[in-house]
Design a protein around this ligand. Structure first.
Ligand code: G3P
Length: 214
């Protein structure tokens, strides 16, 4: 499973890339709004840091508007993947953009049918939201596993990005479910790395080493 970092905060992306485990970035209108900057400048800065896919989401909700914005996003940098919500207009826009060779990440996916339709429309990625399903008592990882199973059964190449990841256990669950990618807030990436026994082990090694040098 690959890791993308889920943020529009450039410094977090820079730090995450330095860890050597991140190969892409996802943003969305909420994450971009938090930065209070020109979205195009933000994506340009990210493109100077990350070689892999960078998802930039459209604001338009109608097909023509999505296509217009999608083409504009695709022109910003070759890594840009256009993020579209999985609606009827989003499907139609995905078909048009995919036929033009522009990669699409269909987002806000909450069912296997939505993922199947997105793949059929030509989406390069689908983003099922684990955390928001868990928020309402539904099983987010089970959705990822069902999508992965159906895509494998039918030889569908569309990649699954497990999104809306809030805690380290979501990462593990996404990997067990067969997600191709997990897109993770930088803080959660660091939390996933931590273990108290690792810290205690380092302290013990250092103490033993220092004691032996006396
Ligand atoms: O990539 C989608 C993700 O940013 C949404 O996360 O925590 O707002 O459900 P969350």
């Amino acid at each position: 499973m690959k890791f993308f970092v889920d943020t529009a905060h450039v410094e977090d992306i820079r730090a995450a890339v330095r860890l050597g485990v991140v190969s892409g970035v996802t943003t969305n209108p909420s994450l971009m709004a938090k930065e209070g900057r020109n979205p195009v400048e933000v994506i340009r800065e990210i493109a100077a840091i990350v070689d892999g896919p960078i998802s930039a989401e459209v604001i338009a909700l109608d097909t023509d508007g999505m296509v217009k914005e999608g083409r504009e996003w695709a022109a910003v940098a070759p890594q840009v993947v256009v993020k579209l919500p999985v609606t009827a207009d989003g499907l139609a826009a995905t078909k048009i953009l995919a036929d033009e060779g522009i990669r699409v990440n269909m987002t806000l996916v909450f069912s296997t049918n939505q993922a199947l339709l997105a793949a059929r429309a030509g989406a390069a990625f689908v983003s099922p939201f684990i955390g928001r399903l868990d928020d309402i008592g539904e099983d987010g990882p089970a959705l990822v596993a069902d999508i992965a199973s159906v895509f494998a059964l039918h030889g569908i190449a569309t990649q699954i990005i497990a999104a809306s990841i809030r805690r380290p256990l979501d990462l593990t669950a996404a990997a067990r479910a067969g997600a191709d990618i997990a897109t993770v807030p930088y803080r959660v990436l660091l939390d996933a790395l931590k273990h108290p026994l690792t810290d205690a082990g380092i302290a013990r090694f250092m103490a033993d080493w220092q004691a032996a040098k006396q």
